[in-house]
Design a protein around this ligand. Structure first.
Ligand SMILES: Cc1cc2nc3c(=O)[nH]c(=O)nc-3n(C[C@H](O)[C@H](O)[C@H](O)COP(=O)(O)O)c2cc1C
Length: 251
């Protein structure tokens, strides 16, 4: 898969529907986060009740498919939370039928999702995560979104994820005090194709993640501040370079 530039719109629950994603000038847009099964959707409802934005669908898969129909013509990934392996498998079949990438959300830290065995729960239960990656990657191109900032062996984790079939590692390289941990991006990018994330707010911060080894860079909050953010970032020669998703270099 070839991307026309290095820019990625990162997932934002309750915001990144097809309509919003289509307004963004990044070569890869990430829809969702969506909740793929009953357990994740119940958690999503509780999160929404306390005022956070969420996509709430009566029928999770039907709701996701409605968005997939509308994203036609764009390269896209779908950020997914599920409390069961079946939820990931069913969503990946759907995503594959529309030519997209499945992004397993091992990143959300809302306690409701963690209690439902979603999001960060997977980061701390790596064998469940590896099994999910193994199964999903038999069906479609698989990305995994992880969060930095913990006492984890991220290098070992990322090597194993790529070995299990993950093709894109999306790294929120957050640091507890705020800002981006470029050394984490450098470490994990040795093992495969990465999207660097956190505090990409201008050309310099985006280029720094590429220089650290990421193939692409994603933004969320900067886009909420400025809907023309990506257009401005395309003025950078580095950020506007095309990039090929290929594992050949890493095997
Ligand atoms: C309103 C909002 C909703 C978000 N929802 C999700 C989500 O559903 N799934 C996910 O993986 N990340 C989610 N994130 C995290 C972002 O994708 C991103 O990783 C994080 O904000 C750091 O990147 P930034 O510094 O560019 O904002 C959300 C962020 C925001 C601001």
């Amino acid at each position: 898969m070839r991307f026309e530039d290095r820019l990625v719109l990162s997932a934002m629950a309750g915001i990144n529907n097809a309509e919003f994603c289509k307004t963004q000038k990044a070569s890869l847009v990430i829809l969702g986060g969506f909740n793929a099964d009953k357990g994740a959707m119940e958690a999503g409802k509780k999160v929404a009740e306390r005022g956070r934005k969420e996509f709430i669908f009566e029928d999770p898969l039907e709701g996701i498919e409605k968005e997939l129909r509308k994203i036609k013509g764009r390269k896209f990934a779908v950020n997914v939370r599920s409390s069961t392996l079946e939820g990931y498998i069913e969503t990946s079949r759907l995503v594959e039928s529309y030519g997209g990438i499945l992004e397993i959300n091992a990143h959300c830290r809302q306690p409701e999702f963690i209690s439902a065995r979603c999001g960060e729960w997977l980061l701390f239960n790596p064998y469940e995560l590896f099994k999910t990656v193994e199964e999903v990657s038999k069906i479609t191109i698989t990305a995994v979104k992880i969060r930095g900032g913990y006492e984890l062996d991220y290098e070992k984790l990322s090597a194993k994820l790529f070995e299990k079939g993950c093709e894109i590692l999306h790294v929120d390289a957050m640091t507890p005090g705020g800002g981006c941990d470029l050394s984490l991006i450098q470490k994990v990018s040795k093992h495969g194709f990465t999207i660097g994330n956190n505090s990409f707010v201008d050309i310099r911060s985006g280029e720094n993640m590429i220089k650290a080894g990421a193939k692409m860079v994603s933004a969320a909050r900067a886009v909420l501040k400025d809907r023309n953010f990506f257009e401005k970032m395309l003025k950078s020669v580095i950020l506007s370079e095309p990039v090929e998703l290929s594992r050949v270099n890493f095997i």
